[in-house]
Design a protein around this ligand. Structure first.
Ligand SMILES: *[C@@H]1O[C@H](CO)[C@@H](O)[C@H](O)[C@H]1NC(C)=O
Ligand SMILES: *[C@@H]1O[C@H](CO)[C@@H](O)[C@H](O)[C@H]1NC(C)=O
Ligand SMILES: *[C@@H]1O[C@H](CO)[C@@H](O)[C@H](O)[C@H]1NC(C)=O
Ligand SMILES: *[C@@H]1O[C@H](CO)[C@@H](O)[C@H](O)[C@H]1NC(C)=O
Ligand SMILES: *[C@@H]1O[C@H](CO)[C@@H](O)[C@H](O)[C@H]1NC(C)=O
Ligand SMILES: *[C@@H]1O[C@H](CO)[C@@H](O)[C@H](O)[C@H]1NC(C)=O
Ligand SMILES: *[C@@H]1O[C@H](CO)[C@@H](O)[C@H](O)[C@H]1NC(C)=O
Ligand SMILES: CC(=O)N[C@H]1CO[C@H](CO)[C@@H](O)[C@@H]1O
Length: 499
């Protein structure tokens, strides 16, 4: 048994949609790939460096790549696995404690997580994807198109079938806890555990190693790194004195996952501190408890009192009025929270698939600079002259429209997925006007994160919460082990470290 999958109904229905697209409309390029051919007896010299273009890890802390003439050793810190990637046709090297030997370049791969699938698309190796685990919620237009034609979704209702599908792949990209420990072609990636936002994007180099696509990975990552730095530098120069406070929140209705007790959470994933600060904003931080989960709406709202912008990541989507009710606000005209009075409540759900999958669980991990650009766009909407329309964030309070992506939006099926970011160096950042309504309620000349002392929070409803911290209303939550691919990709974005 692999996963206990709990896909949404909409997602399941999408699985049943009939295929109708025609076959692929372009051919994959080999530009930026090295050693694309297997070794043969006439071309089998282990003294030759088959991988002159190497990837060096700059920010990521959870994997490393060591290069040898005919193979690479990919190590990970988190799962203690060692993958030996050896050129096809060469002798299998012998590496101590190897968990898998995988012949490369891989031409038959599958992925369980949306983020892994996007890294492969960003590398332009999606022609090598044979199966996808999160198929029904996939938002990427070209992956949707490939799913209609050549990529087979994993049959998640039949574990025997899934085993057979996995066995036909040279490598199965999965998450720890996801697949059988017996499978010898599984490679775990943990980009979602990486503490820094650039470290997450740098996992493109991990995936590239399997396809000899180092050149593509290096080029892509270098541009992300440079562009990110430019955005961060400009935003901090221009907006240092006017930094809105941002809180990342989510509400969970009572369900089987939380013992039928609602909870409210403020997320403090490390990468969120990065992007909030780098966007010229301040992060809401708490002291006094390790937990960031509140058992009452009142305790939660207290923590949000001085917040300017709320980013709601609740798994379930609600209309704004409903969200306010879930947050314990029955009459918004009676509260003076700046995020309510100015209507700055965002959800990362602007880009969706027809089945309701979120683009948020896909490209932002790979494209850190685009993610930062979006954050600047909600903290300082007029950083560009004519105002900025975020790629992933949608203002829920203003009921902004959802952008539904279908296979028809795919223009070049085998091309490297384009980074949706703008070229920062060509953007002239606008000087902020503190009296602009965008900054209403924002405290000026505050440069540090907003620290909320959780121990001061008053509780109004302690009765059904015997085990929780009596003074704070904060509770600890036992998250189920990664129960499903969908939840796992949610965890990926929330940052498991913060949960
Ligand atoms: C490559 O050379 C080794 C000996 O150095 C040999 O064992 C192996 O079979 C050769 N591989 C191929 C594909 O000819
Ligand atoms: C997947 O497995 C289920 C249950 O075993 C089966 O009914 C269904 O036909 C399979 N779907 C596909 C597309 O093979
Ligand atoms: C599950 O898949 C296997 C292999 O394809 C097949 O033999 C079996 O009948 C399927 N089980 C069900 C319940 O459909
Ligand atoms: C792994 O393989 C062994 C021997 O084939 C088997 O007994 C065991 O059940 C397998 N474990 C899993 C998790 O499938
Ligand atoms: C949050 O605030 C506490 C108390 O000042 C501090 O120790 C902690 O490092 C802060 N967290 C981050 C990620 O900056
Ligand atoms: C913020 O600091 C600047 C420069 O130090 C100063 O001109 C401005 O008056 C300050 N604003 C407020 C609201 O204190
Ligand atoms: C409360 O704590 C006790 C002792 O630690 C534990 O056995 C019990 O399961 C907890 N109850 C809930 C609802 O978490
Ligand atoms: C980078 C890194 O620390 N990799 C680890 C991966 O797991 C092996 C054990 O199999 C460790 O030895 C490595 O240190």
């Amino acid at each position: 048994m692999k996963f206990a999958f709990t896909l949404s109904l909409a997602a399941t229905m999408a699985l049943m949609a009939p295929p109708h697209a025609s076959a692929a409309d372009s051919t994959p390029s080999t530009k930026g790939l090295q050693s694309t051919k297997c070794l043969t007896s006439s071309n089998n010299n282990s003294n030759t460096d088959l991988y002159p273009i190497k990837s060096e890890v700059k920010y990521a802390t959870l994997f490393s790549i060591d290069y040898h003439n005919t193979y690479k050793v990919v190590n990970n810190l988190s799962t203690k696995d060692t993958y030996v990637l050896y050129q096809c046709g060469s002798d299998k090297p012998s590496v101590k404690d190897a968990s898998a030997y995988i012949p490369i370049p891989v031409t038959s791969a599958s992925a369980w997580a949306t983020t892994a699938a996007i890294f492969l698309e960003a590398l332009g190796v999606q022609d090598d994807i044979k199966n996808l685990g999160t198929a029904p919620s996939m938002v990427s237009a070209c992956l949707q198109k490939l799913l209609e034609t050549v990529i087979e979704p994993f049959n998640e209702s039949n574990s025997t079938a899934v085993d057979q599908q996995e066995d036909t792949n040279t490598v199965v990209f999965s998450m720890p806890g996801g697949s059988d420990s017996n499978i010898t072609n599984t490679a775990y990636s943990v980009e979602y555990l990486e503490p820094s936002v650039l470290g997450r994007s740098e996992w493109v180099k991990f995936f590239a190693a399997f396809f000899n696509a180092e050149e593509r990975a290096n080029t892509l990552f270098e541009s992300i790194d440079t562009n990110y730095d430019c955005f961060s530098t400009k935003a901090n120069k221009e907006y240092n004195d006017i930094r809105p406070v941002i809180a990342w929140t989510n509400y969970a209705a009572p369900s089987e996952y939380n013992d039928n007790k609602a909870y409210w959470q403020v997320s403090f994933a490390d990468y969120k501190y990065d992007i909030v600060r780098d966007a010229g904003a301040r992060m809401l931080n708490t002291t006094g408890a390790k937990s960031t989960i509140f058992s009452t709406a009142k305790a939660f709202l207290d923590a949000l009192e001085e917040v300017d912008i709320v980013i709601d990541e609740s798994f379930e989507s609600y209309p704004y009025t409903e969200l306010l009710k879930n947050y314990g606000i029955s009459d918004p005209s009676k509260v003076d929270y700046s995020w309510v009075t100015t209507g700055r409540v965002f959800r990362p759900d602007r880009i969706q698939s027809t089945a309701g999958g979120l683009g948020w669980f896909e490209a932002p991990v790979a494209f850190a600079d685009a993610l930062l650009q979006d954050l600047i766009g909600i903290a300082h909407p007029k950083f560009v002259k004519d105002g900025y329309n975020p790629i992933w964030f949608r203002n829920l309070a203003k009921n902004e429209a959802v952008n539904v992506i279908t296979a028809a939006d795919c223009t070049d099926i085998y091309a490297q997925r384009k980074n949706p970011v703008s070229e920062c160096s060509s953007i002239d950042f606008q000087t902020p006007n503190p009296s602009d309504s965008d900054y209403s309620g924002v405290e000026q000349n505050e440069t540090q994160d907003l620290i909320y002392d959780i121990s001061k929070s008053k509780i109004i409803n302690d009765d059904d919460n015997k085990n929780s911290s009596k003074s704070s209303g904060a509770i600890s939550l036992k998250l189920n082990a990664f129960g499903s691919a969908v939840l796992a990709s949610v965890a990926a974005m929330l940052g498991a470290a913060a949960m």
